[in-house]
Design a protein around this ligand. Structure first.
Ligand SMILES: Cc1cc2nc3c(=O)[nH]c(=O)nc-3n(C[C@H](O)[C@H](O)[C@H](O)COP(=O)(O)O)c2cc1C
Length: 366
């Protein structure tokens, strides 16, 4: 079992959906970074359940406490422990699924793997709540990256088959402003309205919907990534697959590359202002597992959440009888809007780790 990730900038997330709380320990953060609870809180607030159509009715304050590693508003170089108490806990709903696993969720595999000792309430450690720790760690990483002009943005490009129109990848500031006004984090406001309507309809039917988010990181210097097994692509994909509900990750044009000619796919080089750039970005800013200085672009597919309010077949694990399961409780109709800050955070954690490995970020900031 491993809830830790990263080599030099290493995060360990912990907690359960209906336990005392959730959090993270960030080990290896350079000393000398100015942070306080308010900058962590701002990121956590982005992750909170907001509009009732897409998100759970569970309302958490998610008020973060920094327990260690920060002194006089500056990181000390010691492990930073951040903790959030669970407040809006209603575990009674979950007695139903203790021995009757939700199809599509991790209830069954967790029961098998941990011999029934797992905390099943709200999916325990397999709940989306584990991502609070990821976002708190990401807030530290994002603050660190901003010193180097690196910015990471995540936005919605598809919900339930409704695709957003293309956008300008280099203008992430504009993209960020558009995302802020969309309840589903989509920069194409027409598509955003249609997505919201679909989520509303799905919710009325007791259904859930999936989608695709895009993550963009700009101003990452060329030369970051550790082939052969610790490539930038490999580590980003691993980090994204740790987010519950992720089912696919692709970089640049991704799977479409398989249908292109070499002449269409190759990103040809030019020089602009004395800097080597590529005229297209089909490889998503990574070649041979190493950043090439262009925006890093990847798309992440989320499945529809497992918790639907429609009768389903399951098995009672006490007597192996096939039974019907009808859920009640508070669930997200679509994960994507709440996952955007999580994706941004995990991308920031990976980039920080790799920039430290490449010695582009020192252990003590000046
Ligand atoms: C922010 C967030 C919120 C989530 N909310 C729900 C939810 O309300 N209901 C649900 O069934 N799954 C939800 N999930 C997804 C499950 O945690 C996930 O599907 C489950 O752990 C099984 O993992 P897998 O889908 O990656 O196989 C959420 C995930 C995230 C990241």
């Amino acid at each position: 079992m491993s809830f830790s990730f990263g080599r030099l900038f290493r995060i360990s997330v912990f907690g359960e959906s209906h336990g005392l709380g959730v959090g993270v320990v960030v080990d290896g953060c350079p000393a000398g970074l100015n942070i306080d609870e308010s900058c962590i809180q701002a990121e956590l607030d982005r992750r909170k359940a907001k509009n009732s159509e897409a998100s759970t009715q569970r309302r958490e304050g998610d008020r973060v406490r920094i327990l260690s590693g920060v002194f006089n508003g500056t990181t000390t170089g010691s492990p930073i422990c951040m903790f959030v108490f669970n407040e809006d806990v209603r575990s009674d709903y979950y007695e139903l699924i203790r021995f009757r696993p939700r199809p599509g969720h991790a209830d069954y595999v967790a029961h098998v793997k941990y011999g029934g000792f797992n905390d099943f309430r709200g999916g325990g450690t397999f709940s989306g709540r584990i991502t609070v720790g990821m976002v708190a760690a990401g807030a530290v990483a994002l603050k660190l990256l901003s010193r180097y002009g690196i910015k990471v943005v995540a936005h919605t490009v598809n919900i339930g088959g409704i695709w957003a129109e293309n956008h300008e990848l280099n203008n992430v500031d504009h993209l960020e402003k558009l995302i802020e006004v969309s309840p589903v984090g989509c920069a194409d406001l027409k598509a955003s309205n249609e997505m919201l309507e679909l989520i509303r309809k799905a919710s009325e039917l007791g259904e859930t919907v999936g989608g695709v988010a895009e993550v963009i990181a700009v101003n990452v210097p060329p030369g970051v990534g550790e082939p052969l097994f610790d490539t930038l692509e490999g580590d980003l994909a691993k980090a994204f697959f740790a987010i519950p509900g992720v089912k696919g990750v692709e970089f640049g044009v991704g799977f479409k590359a398989a249908s292109m000619f070499g002449s269409q796919y190759n990103d040809q080089f030019s020089v602009i202002n004395g800097k080597v750039v590529t005229n297209s970005n089909n490889s998503g800013g990574i070649q041979g597992g190493i950043s090439n200085g262009m925006p890093i672009v990847c798309r992440v597919a989320f499945r529809p959440p497992a918790s639907i309010k429609i009768p389903q077949k399951t098995v009672d694990l006490r007597n192996y009888q096939e039974v019907e399961l009808m859920l009640s409780g508070r669930f997200d109709t679509c994960i994507i809007p709440r996952a955007l800050p999580v994706l941004r955070s995990m991308a920031a954690v990976v980039l920080t780790d790799h920039l430290m490995i490449s010695q582009k970020i020192p252990r003590v900031l000046k």
